[in-house]
Design a protein around this ligand. Structure first.
Ligand code: GLN
Length: 536
């Protein structure tokens, strides 16, 4: 289909308007018309990647199959488009500067003063177009993080302004997302913030082609005309994005608003065929019509920010829809869980999921939750640290090793049932040094996980330094906690499950990074199914 075309998505007025969801929705619509699409995110912070960021700050760290620690928006891209993203799909200012400085030290710019323009902007441009050089795409959507007008976004805005001329006007389109607030006192929707935000873009040399206006109320024709007139865009290019009950409805709304058609028109690409959204529509209908509630307790310590467990919550939603039930996920702070109140706190939940995490804060509550699930026959899924806590619990309360622990928490234990991986022992730097990304896992025939996956070999993504200590495996298996997933090369335990329990599974990997709308994850489906059976 000729050369790759680019969609640049910027945001104005405020952050958290849902640029990621709009980008993913647009991507889904273009893909449904047969275009080969991918999405990338440019993040204007100086961390090389979000791996070193606290989930409170920026939400979950999403991990790609090739082992990149990335922004959570990549999770939306994968879930909406059912594609794999990679290291090249997420670029931060830290990474840009790191490569420019490395080049400078190597002598690549010998004799020159290294500057934001052109050196930083050139590196941004190189990174944006890198994806298209690695693989052939019809359309690449580039989401620029932050809000226009921010100091740190400036080099990105300048880089994409230049790219419009490098690549050709007909090969690029600018989509700008803003907010139209509603003033309840006067009962009015206000367009001024949008006008100002477009002015900021204009000052930086960019005329947006399409405006997506986030609003709580319907935008009437007069308001759209006003925005079109003052922001120099076609009337049909003023698109409304109204609040909806599920993010998965956004592609359907954007279709009604004609976002994809407008983008294709600007890119001089045909839009005669109707997008094939049959499966997507069916999914959304099923999601909205599932009313029987199934309650899951999500035990973690980053519960203040819902985004910290984004992929887990979305995976549960996908699995709920497959099981025709409405998932009600309640985050419970593990630090609040004590022996005295656990039966009260966890009463009424049909399944318990113990979340991933780092460090020993809140660990006691996670261990108690695993014990509660084991003793009360409540379906249990432990992910990464969640598995490790279930292992510690079993060692202490079933095997009788009172001091059993993970060496992440203490070295003063005779029973390090979870221990630092061999390859991690010499590692001193924190950034990007965990066991990351996709690894194979061989499943034991007849196990619960084998029944769920219906295959004996899978590939799942990881993000950890500690691991089940194989010295204790025999002891565990003798007492009913068995390893049912193993990495074929290293022999590392990837899955443990308990026999004599309706459904008790812990995974060292993160299944949540692989669940998509059209391909919900088998383990989540099986876990939710067990919760449904428990509810009945
Ligand atoms: N802190 C644990 C480890 O590094 C678990 C990590 C996780 O839950 N992602 O092994």
């Amino acid at each position: 289909m000729g050369s790759t075309k680019y969609v640049f998505v910027t945001g104005g007025v405020t952050s958290s308007l849902g640029k990621g969801i709009i980008s993913a929705s647009l991507g889904r619509l273009l893909q449904a018309r047969g275009y080969k699409v991918t999405i990338q995110k440019l993040d204007p912070y100086i961390n090389v990647d979000p791996g070193t960021l606290n989930p409170y700050e920026h939400g979950e760290c999403y991990v790609t199959d090739d082992g990149a620690e990335t922004d959570l928006d990549l999770g939306h891209y994968e879930r909406f488009l059912d594609i794999k993203t990679s290291q090249a799909n997420n670029v931060t200012t830290g990474r840009i500067y790191q490569s420019v400085i490395n080049k400078e030290r190597r002598g690549d710019y010998l004799g020159k003063t290294v500057q934001v323009i052109p050196h930083i902007t050139d590196e941004i441009k190189r990174r944006i177009t890198l994806l298209g050089r690695k693989e052939e795409y019809d359309i690449i959507i580039t989401e620029i993080g932050g809000t226009v007008g921010d100091i740190e976004s400036l080099p990105y805005i300048e880089a994409v302004r230049q790219l419009r001329w490098d690549l050709g006007v007909e090969n690029t389109v600018f989509v700008h997302l803003t907010l139209v607030p509603y003033l309840s006192a006067s009962g009015e929707l206000k367009t001024k913030p949008t006008q100002h935000s477009v002015k900021v873009l204009l000052e930086n040399g960019i005329q947006p082609d399409v405006l997506v206006l986030r609003a709580e109320h319907e935008l009437d024709k007069d308001l759209r005309k006003k925005v079109a007139l003052f922001c120099n865009v076609e009337l049909e290019a003023v698109i409304q994005s109204i609040d909806v009950s599920t993010i998965y409805e956004v592609p359907l709304l954007m279709k009604e608003e004609g976002l994809d058609e407008m983008v294709l028109k600007k890119l001089r690409l045909p839009s005669d065929d109707h997008p094939d959204l049959k499966e997507w529509r069916e999914y959304v209908e099923r999601l909205k019509s599932s009313t029987t509630e199934v309650r899951i307790a999500l035990v973690g310590k980053y519960v203040e920010l819902f985004d910290s467990y984004k992929s887990i919550i979305e995976s549960l939603t996908h699995a709920g829809t497959m099981n025709q039930v409405k998932m009600v996920v309640t985050c419970i702070h593990s630090e609040k869980i004590k022996k005295e109140n656990i039966s009260e706190l966890l009463a009424g939940y049909h399944g318990i999921l113990v979340a991933p995490g780092f460090g020993d804060r809140g660990i006691a509550g996670k261990i108690l939750s695993a014990q509660y699930a084991r003793e009360n026959q409540v379906p249990f899924l432990g992910i990464c640290l969640g598995l490790q806590c279930a292992v510690i619990e079993f060692a202490r309360n079933v095997l009788g090793y009172e001091d059993a622990n993970s060496t992440e928490m203490t070295n003063l234990t005779q029973h390090p049932v979870i221990d630092l991986m061999e390859e991690q022992k010499g590692v001193t730097e924190k950034g990007g040094t965990m066991r990351l990304g996709g690894y194979a896992c061989a499943l034991k025939k007849g196990s619960r996980v084998y029944k769920a996956y219906k295959t004996d070999m899978v590939r799942e993504r990881h993000r950890h330094r500690y691991e089940f200590n194989n010295e204790f495996l025999e002891d565990f298996e003798k007492h009913g906690m068995i390893s049912t997933g193993i990495n074929p090369e290293s022999g590392l335990v990837e899955i443990m499950e308990q026999t004599g329990h309706p459904w008790f599974v812990g995974t060292q990997f993160h299944p949540e990074y692989r669940s998509t709308v059209l391909n919900p994850h088998p383990l989540f489906i099986a876990f939710v199914k067990a919760a449904v059976e428990n509810a009945n």
